[in-house]
Design a protein. Sequence first.
Length: 400
Amino acid sequence: MGQTIPFGQHIARPPVATWASGSALARVDSIPWTIWCMVAGIVCGMIGGPWDISWHMSIGRDTFWTPAHIMIQLTGVLVGIACAYMILTATFGHDVAKQEASVKIWGFRGPLGAFIAVWGCIAMLTSAPFDNWWHNAYGLDVKIVSPPHTLLSLGSLAIKIGLMALIAGLMNRATEAVRTTLRWLLLYVGSGCVAQMGTILTGSTWPTEMHTAACYLAVAIAVPVVLIAPAWGSQWRWGCTAVAGIYTAILLAFEWILPLFPAEPKLGPVYQHITHLVPLHFPLLLIVPAVLLDLLWRKTDGWGRWKLALVSGPLFVLSFLVAQWPFADFLMSPAARNRIFGMGYFAYFDPANVLYNPYQFQNIEASGRFWILLGMAIVFSVITARLGLAWGDWMRRMRR
């Protein structure tokens, strides 16, 4: 269990009869429909989330029953159906293989990932009436990080963690062809975790904040763990690059597609003339540290996990800083005010160009504070990188 596994190498699979402490776990020759149902739920959430934010920025919260809200809640419904099937059939059915590939919690049997995801479903579905009450009590439009949104986000993250655990358990006992497909599903779900963390960090990583060390501290706290874990768990040499690449492609797709649809504000005050859905800004350049991490890990076979984290964390933060800092200068320039880079979009309630200059960096820190926060970012990056490696190792060992 404590043996160091070189990155890029597959874990040697013991005979089927020795898996799960002697229990005979069935070889996986195909991907169950429950996994595809859960992936469909994740897709719904990944569409609904950016769409809902754009709806708030372009129209305002006119009603709970918007298409974007329905897409988000479909995540909990679809994942809940799949998890309920897995748990109930393992608990009350007579399929020995399903029972062997399960754990027992509160008298029910099922894969561990299904129990984790069920909690996420409950949290997501509970957040819906909570969010509706919150808006009625405190205003139709509120911040991205509010109590009901936090509950929704935690539930969504738990679903992704549970699904990755399920995929990893299947992947570690699958045939090679099925294993390849499962690996891509794992990386895709991991990219959803990165996108979710990026959404939570929207305020800290807004282009006007990108010349502050606080921006890079926030990224160091939230991103490395969700970037590294699926990549390390996948055991593929380009895992980090794939996760960051999928994250970038998804956010660029929303930035370029959403403005094609008409929209106009229904709430006030209105500072911007909106005629179409407004997207968030260009994605973070996480692809740069992701590529460097993949290249680093090829040269570190046999390293202990803490030693690897001590190098991986600072490499992530400093390479991201070197890439994002000058790119932020470009985003502030007139050359970025187009559909490609999206710096000409503003929410209807944003007083940009009316009460403030949106192309000027805000909250410039004093030199001493800057270096203290950057040092904290490096320290936190080591911790979050180590957590990502531990999470990835857990998925490498997952069987049920």
